[in-house]
Design a protein around this ligand. Structure first.
Ligand SMILES: Nc1ncnc2c1ncn2[C@@H]1O[C@H](COP(=O)(O)OP(=O)(O)OP(=O)(O)O)[C@@H](O)[C@H]1O
Length: 626
């Protein structure tokens, strides 16, 4: 079983301004009954002007990131406004493209297009597949792509891939990701696979004829393309990038649309959500708003990440040139102008799978999970299958020779990751470092095991040759690792230390290694654990004798308390405890439970008796000085 922890690429300093493009629909004489001609025109690739309604002899000029004139093709819109942001999705970042503008101005044409002139959606999805297949195998990532498709109709979230579904809830998880539980997510393997799902789903979208548009979208449609990439060498490492492609319903002036009854109600919901969108943009621009009103409509709640969030966003504002759209065009241009001031902070979304340590469950619990949860069972089966073929993250762990070491390492990772005040980047580095250290320790453990096996064989040979005296001498130091064992027999002398190191490899390794390296010095080394080194005793403890006993004990208790309960930061707050030692202490706690006495610290790698004495002195004196 694995639990996924989300990590971002740290506190991202990179920002990305919302890019705003304006697209002018071709002039349509049927939309200009009075034959007044266009009221707006482009000046160049970034500028346009619109007649000033206060004074028809003047114009108001606007500057945007891109201006797409009437002749601009679907391909050109895609290439200049959308294609550049797509590679981010393959790197675990989010991107969104949304079409905004009055009804009948060309939003659906821009996003969806026609079979002859495909719009942004089909082109972007095709490009995502192209980008994935162009990825170099050697980079070591596997990609999977999936889609969801929904509409917001009359403030209801409806699943377009599952048309019979009811209004779906919108939730936010602890990492501030907006989620829609129950929304269909379908894996897609190719562009034609996408089309197979997308085309029928698009027909589920609510449209109707109004005076201004024969086939007017009565809902906001949001297509989500999710790209998950998994690192082949470390399959528990995943990055998820999401692309939102949004075709908004148009703002409507009901005096002109002629809407009545249900159309009027739809129009009310559309205008209200667009009004909230405008309030969100105002609040973001003010920079001082206490609250951004994302929650005031479903649309803004879903677009939260695209506006002032973590996405690379592009807004294509569609406008129409005829005079009958004049005020809609004017307000759309003003909305677009203020939207380009919004700044997002994109970052990479990465998850790390952390296998949960096996917990013995009661029979009842097993049955409860097993009975009603078919998918869970299936998942277990699948996990089992992939474990067998070695392709799953857990299989990766299990293939390691010492599962207990791995589990403990992972528990340690989990512990460190849950420490709230850590810097995520440095924790990731630390985890990598810990992993490296553990690998080294494991290597040494194996070496020791080999030596011990040899020793054991040697012992057997010696015992059979009746050379008992020599055999005892060789084995004695190993027996002394266990202070309680007073009269060990010969078999125990060989076997016991191996058992200890196998059961608790992570920490005991340090002790075992020392013994194996210094067999001849064993007596002295072990005596170090109970007696200070020669000549040091008086120097080290003379300062203790000058302190009040109760004060001294109180300080020791405090230190013990920190050792047993402190998080990484608190442990590092102790004198002479750096990052590495603090982690080793956390590791000890994870495995041994707690420190019963301060002297247990000597079991931490690198903590000699001398260092322990110095640690005690520094911490007690420091506590007294405070
Ligand atoms: N760039 C364009 N070139 C040719 N025709 C266009 C263009 N833009 C829009 N049209 C045509 O204008 C009409 C209205 O466009 P469309 O349905 O895309 O508007 P809309 O903004 O989505 O409207 P609504 O908000 O009501 O859904 C359609 O017939 C569409 O084919």
């Amino acid at each position: 079983m694995a639990q996924r922890l989300t990590v971002s690429d740290g506190v991202s300093k990179k920002t990305s301004r919302v890019r705003v493009a304006v697209r002018l629909r071709p002039y349509m004489s049927r939309q200009d009954e009075k034959d007044e001609g266009p009221c707006v025109r482009g000046l160049d690739s970034q500028n346009l002007e619109i007649i000033n309604w206060r004074n028809a002899t003047e114009t108001v000029k606007y500057h945007f990131d891109v201006f797409h004139g009437e002749q601009t093709t679907q391909q050109e819109v895609f290439l200049s406004s959308v294609k550049p942001i797509l590679p981010h999705i393959l790197n675990g970042q989010n991107a969104s493209v949304f079409a905004y503008g009055p009804t009948g101005a060309g939003k659906t044409h821009t996003m969806l297009g026609t079979a002859e002139q495909p719009g942004v959606i089909p082109r972007a999805v095709r490009e995502v597949f192209n980008l994935v297949s162009a990825k170099d195998e050697d980079e070591g990532w596997d990609y999977s792509i999936g889609m969801s498709y929904l509409e917001i109709y009359n403030e209801k979230v409806l699943d377009l891939l599952s048309p019979n579904s009811q209004d779906l809830p919108i939730r936010e998880n602890k990492d501030k990701n907006i989620l829609i539980p129950g929304l269909t997510h379908t894996a897609i393997s190719s562009f034609s696979d996408f089309d197979k799902h997308f085309i029928p789903a698009t027909l589920n979208r609510t449209t109707a004829s109004t005076k201004l548009n024969q086939r007017s979208s009565r809902s906001h449609a949001i297509l989500l393309i999710k790209v998950v990439r998994t690192q082949r060498a470390l399959p528990h490492r995943q990055q998820t990038g999401k692309l939102y492609l949004v075709d908004l319903a148009g703002s409507e002036d009901n005096r002109r649309t002629g809407n009545q009854g249900i159309r009027l109600k739809e129009s009310g919901a559309i205008n209200l959500s667009l009004f909230t969108l405008s309030k969100v943009v105002d609040a973001l621009n003010s920079g001082t708003a206490a609250r951004i009103p994302y929650r005031d409509s479903k649309l803004t709640r879903l677009l939260q990440d695209s506006l002032g969030g973590s996405a690379h966003s592009v807004m294509i504002t569609n406008i129409a040139p005829e005079y009958r759209y004049y005020f809609d065009t004017f307000s759309a241009l003003n909305f677009a102008a203020k939207s380009k001031l919004i700044v997002n902070k994109p970052f990479t979304r990465e998850t790390v799978a952390v296998p949960v340590l096996p917990v013995k469950r009661s029979r009842e619990e097993h049955e409860a999970v097993g009975s009603g949860a078919e998918p869970h069972k299936k998942k277990q089966k699948e996990e089992k299958k992939s474990e067998q073929d070695g392709s799953s993250p857990s299989a990766h762990y299990h293939s390691l020779s010492e599962p207990s070491v791995m589990e403990r390492l992972i528990a340690l990772e989990k512990l460190m990751m849950s420490c709230q005040d850590r810097n995520r980047q440095s924790v990731l580095k630390d985890v990598a470092q810990s992993r490296k250290e553990i690998q080294e320790l494991k290597e040494k453990q194996r070496e020791f095991e080999r030596k011990a096996t040899l020793l054991s064989q040697l012992a057997k040979e010696k015992s059979s040759s009746k050379d008992e005296a020599a055999f005892k001498n060789t084995l004695a130091p190993l027996q002394r690792k266990q202070p309680n064992v007073t009269k060990p027999n010969k078999q125990q002398a060989v076997v016991q230390p191996m058992q200890v190191s196998q059961l608790q490899p992570l920490q005991h390794l340090a002790v075992v290694r020392k013994q194996s390296v210094c067999v001849t010095k064993e007596k002295k080394k072990l005596s170090d654990l109970v007696e200070p080194p020669d000549g040091k005793e008086n120097v080290e403890s003379s300062w203790e004798s000058q302190l009040d006993k109760s004060v001294l004990n109180e300080s020791k208790q405090k230190i013990l308390h920190i050792l047993n309960t402190g998080c990484l930061k608190e442990l590092k707050g102790l004198q002479q405890i750096g990052d590495k030692k603090a982690k080793l202490i956390l590791g000890w706690r994870e495995i041994q439970g707690h420190f019963t006495k301060l002297e247990d610290l000597i079991n931490i790698e690198g903590m000699t008796q001398k260092r322990f004495s110095s640690f005690m002195k520094a911490n007690i004196l420091s506590a007294l000085g405070k």
